[in-house]
Design a protein around this ligand. Structure first.
Ligand code: PAF
Length: 283
């Protein structure tokens, strides 16, 4: 039977009991409104642990004042059904007050890695993400935690935080799950109209195009960048590009030549949705 735990102390105690009996605890943190990407991630996590915890918490500190915290899609009953189907053992479902009680003062900042890409457009976002993930990892205390690679910068930041703060947890990434037409799964895809959704499939094609250029021998980041932007302008006319960046896959520092492990990442606004996607090349 799947159980739902609200209180952080109860969550922690449960993990301690499981660990004492030799069980391996796996953890998938989410903001809910589960989609096929989450379900594939849960399936993978399920295969790598004895007891699986899913957290659902729409974290206010990672949203900017003008962002969609209030309107972020929520459907707890559906999430519970999907979680039970995915053989989740425990849903950790804290409320905002138990995570950020009045007088809350502590935040985690992962320097440098939080500056570029999405960080440049969402000030404070990764401070909120690092803080909540640190708290969740302390409360759930899993052996292994699983994150989607669609949020490439988030994953790099979380890995760094876990390493820098000596957190006793293994952080694992899982490849982006896409619809048949290539669009990366995201809870925010519900904001798209049919026409916008159709156009949004052009983003992954543009990234694939960039990767093909590199694989074909092109190393000049500026040329790859220009080709991707041209493809977006042509195929995603409703899109407003926030950034297309070609960066080092480990340090996230912009590169002028694509030698070694490279990440091509983008954020594009299509209608009401802010879509992100990325592709890795080399290394
Ligand atoms: O990727 C997400 O859904 C969120 O950023 C996370 C990791 C659950 C933190 O709130």
């Amino acid at each position: 039977m799947m159980q739902v735990i609200h209180a952080p102390a109860e969550m922690y105690n449960q993990t301690m009991l499981l660990k004492m009996s030799g069980k391996k605890v796996g953890f998938v943190p989410t903001m809910g409104y589960l989609h096929k990407g989450h379900l594939e991630l849960l399936k993978f996590a399920r295969e790598h642990c004895d007891s699986l915890v899913l957290s659902i918490f729409v974290n206010p500190t990672q949203f900017g004042p003008k962002e969609d915290y209030g309107s972020y899609p929520r459907d707890l009953e559906r999430d519970k059904e999907l979680a039970a189907h995915a053989r989740v053992d425990t849903i950790f479902l804290p409320d905002v007050d138990s995570m950020y009680p009045p007088g809350y003062r502590t935040f985690v900042e992962v320097e440098e890695l939080s500056k570029g890409l999405c960080g440049a457009f969402r000030p404070g976002h990764f401070r909120g993400v690092a803080t909540i993930v640190c708290k969740l990892l302390n409360i759930v205390a899993p052996d292994e935690a699983f994150f989607g690679e669609k949020d490439a910068q988030q994953l790099v930041i979380i890995r760094k935080m876990a390493q820098d703060l000596n957190m006793p947890v293994k952080i694992s990434g899982f490849p982006t799950v896409r619809d048949a037409d290539g669009l990366a799964m995201s809870s925010r895809n519900v904001y798209l109209s049919d026409e916008e959704r159709e156009q949004a499939t052009g983003l992954y094609r543009a990234l694939q195009n960039g990767r093909s250029l590199i694989e074909g021998g092109e190393t000049e980041a500026a040329r790859i960048d220009a080709a991707i932007r041209e493809a977006i302008a042509r195929d995603v006319p409703a899109g407003v590009v926030e950034y297309v960046d070609i960066v080092d896959g480990n340090t996230l520092a912009p590169v002028s030549r694509t030698i070694g492990k490279t990440l091509i990442a983008l954020a594009v606004r299509v209608g009401k949705a802010r879509l992100i996607d990325n592709i890795r090349v080399g290394g």
